[in-house]
Ligand binder design. Sequence first.
Ligand SMILES: Cc1ncc(COP(=O)(O)O)c(C=O)c1O
Length: 343
Amino acid sequence: MTGYVPGEQPRSDGTIKLNTNENPYPPSPRILSSLRKAISPSLRLYPEPLSDTLRSVAASVYGVKPENILAGNGSDEILSILLRCFVGRNDRVAFPVPTYSLYDTLIAIQEGERAAVEFPPDFSIPETLSDQKAALTFLCNPNSPSGTLVSLPDIQRLARSLSGILVVDEAYVDFAESEGASTLPLIRMHPNLVVLRTFSKSFSLAGMRIGLAFASEEIISGMMKVKDSYNLNRLSAMAAAAALRDMPWMIKNVRRIQKSRRVLTVGLQKIGYHVYPSQANFILARKAGQNLKRTYEELKQKQILVRYFDTPELQDCLRITVGTGKEIKSLLHEMRNIDAAIA
Ligand SMILES: Cc1ncc(COP(=O)(O)O)c(C=O)c1O
């Protein structure tokens, strides 16, 4: 099998890093003071096996019970737990493509059967997604790499029509303009729904590796049996709880990113790119029929990293993380120059 290829992590300082959808702003300062308390002397001891403190803080923030929550070492670990729980050899796993490519790798590890269904051009839920007889169906919402969001009623219809599990990967949902974009409140109504969140994007904690799964008590208690006994380390669990106690910090950064997203979108449209309507902290820009590898490489020479996908359907696209206002300005300036030289 081929392994998952993570985005490049440059060693040199000074790179404008817009390739892996990290948050350009720092995490809440309250996290640092809470980490100081956690460091000594308690690192000698194992962490809470079920991350109970974090789960109870998350339960009050998100209006569910702690029994509806599993904490993971990044949402990537939770994806792997889900595959191990629900997918055996030859079980089908359905999802619309293009999407987060880690799903492919995890399916291959389980020897599951990949049932990928093309998104229609507007990135709405493909009509045939519910016909796949899948043990597990993924919906990344907002989707990566398109940044597009599908509506709650459409997701509810999908959840109702599936006999297997529906996993809605909401890594980017905090960046959506509308308040009610998340399917999290729907876990009460749909016993087959699992909603995933991460602290890597809106909470600026990619380096700490923390994710949460929300689902019925039955599903969560099953997932608890499959996870490693101490899957979340002490510092990460502390950091996540502190981040949830400072929601205004996260919301302020999300607002700044939404503003820069508008500037980036308009700037790229002005130089002839089609930009998909993004509700995430990145945008997908397309120049139909033009392979954008050269643009990606020339940006890289200028120490600006964006994401180029070497697959036939996406070669005329670049995925660009929404950085700070200053980073976006530099990117647009270089892209204008590169495009003028290529034309
Ligand atoms: C759609 C999607 N899901 C999950 C993840 C993984 O998040 P985490 O850092 O919590 O493992 C990413 C990371 O880029 C992502 O794009």
